[in-house]
Design a protein around this ligand. Sequence first.
Ligand SMILES: [Zn+2]
Ligand SMILES: [Zn+2]
Length: 130
Amino acid sequence: MFIKVHSIFSFFAKTLYAMPPNRFKNTTIGKETKMKVNNINGTSSNVCTCGSWLDHWKNFSGQSLPSYCPETKCLQKPEVGAHVQKDSSTDSSWYIIPLCKTHNAEKGKSLTVSDSIAFVSANVSKTCGK
Ligand SMILES: [Zn+2]
Ligand SMILES: [Zn+2]
């Protein structure tokens, strides 16, 4: 009898232990590593054989399209492949990342994006134009 009661108690103790403490309720997990990029004006005539820059990103990123725009505070769907440059003095290459329409429309602005997003080269001679 004692053993039975004890095992029920430890079951509840384990359940309580497994529950996250309330103080973590409002903590946003993920997107903790951030990166600054500049949205550059990719001309719509500059299209590769993938069909669209979003398809280009899908073809070469090795990632599936994220549910949210990678901009750190954005909760819209990524719908377009945007041309960006890393905010770096050593790397001025053009990259494609998926962005929502709002952020894609903000040409020439700097954005803070999660760096878990893959940066795909916009240089077709290095990707689909090989
Ligand atoms: Zn392409
Ligand atoms: Zn966005």
